[in-house]
Write a protein that binds this ligand. Sequence first.
Ligand SMILES: NC(=O)C1=CN([C@@H]2O[C@H](COP(=O)(O)OP(=O)(O)OC[C@H]3O[C@@H](n4cnc5c(N)ncnc54)[C@H](O)[C@@H]3O)[C@@H](O)[C@H]2O)C=CC1
Ligand SMILES: O=C(O)[C@@H]1CCC=N1
Length: 264
Amino acid sequence: MRDLTPLALVGASGWLGRFMGPALLRAGVVGPGDFIGLNRSGASEAYAQWPGLRWSTDPEKGLEGAGMVILSLRPDEFRAAPLRCPGALVLSVMAGVSMAEIRERTGARAVVRSMPNAAMEIGQSFSPWVAEAEADDADRAMVRAVLGASGREEAFAREADIDVYAAICGAGPAWAALLLEALAAAGRAEGLSPEQALAAAEGAVVGAGAMLAGQGAQAGAMVDEFIAYAGTTAAGLEAARAAGFAEAVAAGIAAGTQKARALG
Ligand SMILES: NC(=O)C1=CN([C@@H]2O[C@H](COP(=O)(O)OP(=O)(O)OC[C@H]3O[C@@H](n4cnc5c(N)ncnc54)[C@H](O)[C@@H]3O)[C@@H](O)[C@H]2O)C=CC1
Ligand SMILES: O=C(O)[C@@H]1CCC=N1
């Protein structure tokens, strides 16, 4: 079977990388001897429990012989650096950089794109991914293992959809934070102290998030049930709808999707 090691993580000390790398090592997806961390600023503290890891600031040397390369750097950084890794399986988490461009710039054997999110920090990212036809079963299994070490992964078919995934899933924690913050601000406006408002908003968002796990298909029915109840929740939901709640979210997702498309 083809050897996908060593695995090189470019951007290993970045926002996502410093959680993704340690998660891979903890889960044993790769052994410490088969991991190469690449980062311009060197090793992050997040890797302190693996003192013998191979680190490089030089992509030319760091990527030499890599069986798999994860690209977790920003699109403009990717475009500015020579990141050649001919023959490697490349998994990119970059927004907006197409498979075709990644293949051309890296010389990859096969390219996979994913859109994880910052919940990688707690091993709770939802990470949809799409693979080129060139990726074989072993490549796909490795991608599942890599992304699965930081949460839940799910394959999808059309690369074009990844820009929408960027707007919804990539930004996932930001959307929940925005809702929490808006709830807290509204609580303050209704007379709660800042502390009370934050505790109330956090409690509502966190508890609801846990309750909705695996229940996405029921969300519409749940809203209908609350509306039919005709109590305080219904009053709130109806006023928010009338004020353009759905339109505001749709505008946000359209803008995020557009931005991802424009990066390409
Ligand atoms: N932060 C997030 O919530 C999400 C980010 N993404 C995508 O993930 C990618 C990485 O994002 P972040 O971790 O937020 O970025 P970041 O800016 O925190 O990390 C990128 C790291 O790559 C390093 N780097 C840049 N060029 C390099 C090079 N040539 N060689 C070695 N290291 C290099 C930088 O020093 C930095 O530490 C981006 O393309 C972004 O679109 C996707 C989903 C969510
Ligand atoms: O905000 C960003 O550009 C990155 C990519 C998708 C989510 N976060």
